[in-house]
Design a protein around this ligand. Structure first.
Ligand code: PEP
Length: 252
């Protein structure tokens, strides 16, 4: 009942020309019918050009990699959900661990950003995940569910219905280390159970929970075969059209 989603996070990579070329290559390789929805998140400067390159195609959507929670104002260097929508985005990655670790993103800013995205009709892809120290200390679930609770604070059921959650263990991002499917499934199931308890079983049943952390063409199928894994947030492997499309195809 949940349609998988595979989202490519291009991070701080690629010029406008390279981004357009990658988007075209993905479109070219993508089968006409895919079971999964597909999103790519280019750098801000390339979003508008990639939107143009995708043209009328609805097979690949656009996401921002982050946003601020105000629409406009004296916020040097920031970009708002309204402007991302204007540039062609339908979704925004919020609370990526690199934002949390390197740029001071907190549970509170994640919550406000997710709310701002929702109020502009954008889908927030809210990232949660534990560090290696937290996993080794046995606090994975507490950390992940704490981040989830903070993001859900104040949202009504119809808003939660529009969220996507991405479980991304920090130790697996960009490291080549991937969670074992069973370990990922356990955390995804805990996320769904929490949404079921906090919001409703119906909303939880429809919520898409993506896995992220060194997803590649050769491990994607096993991860996405897990009952509560509804797709992938892909960093490194999304920078190459062939490997990204192979991950999309692995979704079924
Ligand atoms: C990410 O950036 O969200 C990510 C999962 O990166 P990678 O696939 O490179 O680990």
């Amino acid at each position: 009942m949940r349609r998988p989603l595979v989202a490519g996070n291009w991070k701080l990579h690629k010029t406008i020309g390279e981004s357009v070329a990658l988007a075209r290559a993905i479109l070219h390789r993508l089968p006409r019918e895919t079971r999964a929805d597909v999103l790519v998140a280019p750098v801000f400067t390339a979003i508008h050009a990639v939107h143009g390159a995708l043209g009328e195609s609805t097979r690949v959507g656009l996401a921002g990699q982050s946003c601020y929670f105000h629409d406009e104002g004296a916020y040097t260097g920031e970009v708002s959900p309204a402007l991302l929508k204007d540039a062609g985005c339908e979704a925004v990655i919020v609370g990526h661990s690199e934002r949390r670790q390197l740029f001071g993103e907190t549970d509170e800013t994640v919550r406000r950003k997710a709310g701002a995205c929702l109020s502009h009709g954008l889908t927030p892809i809210v990232c949660v995940g534990e560090t290696l120290e937290q996993r080794e200390a046995g606090t994975t679930e507490a950390v992940v569910l704490g981040q989830l609770d903070a993001a859900l604070e104040g949202l009504d059921a119809s808003s939660v219905r529009r969220l996507v959650i991405a479980y991304e263990p920090v130790w697996a991002i960009g490291t080549g280390r991937t969670a074992q499917p069973a370990d990922a499934q356990a955390v995804h199931a805990a996320i769904r159970a929490r949404v079921s308890a906090r919001v409703s079983p119906d909303v939880a049943a429809g919520l898409r929970v993506l896995y992220g952390g060194s997803v590649k063409a050769d491990n994607a199928a096993a991860l996405m075969a897990c009952a509560d894994v509804d797709g992938a947030l892909v960093g490194g492997a999304s920078l190459d059209a062939a490997s990204f499309v192979a991950i999309v195809e692995a979704a079924g």
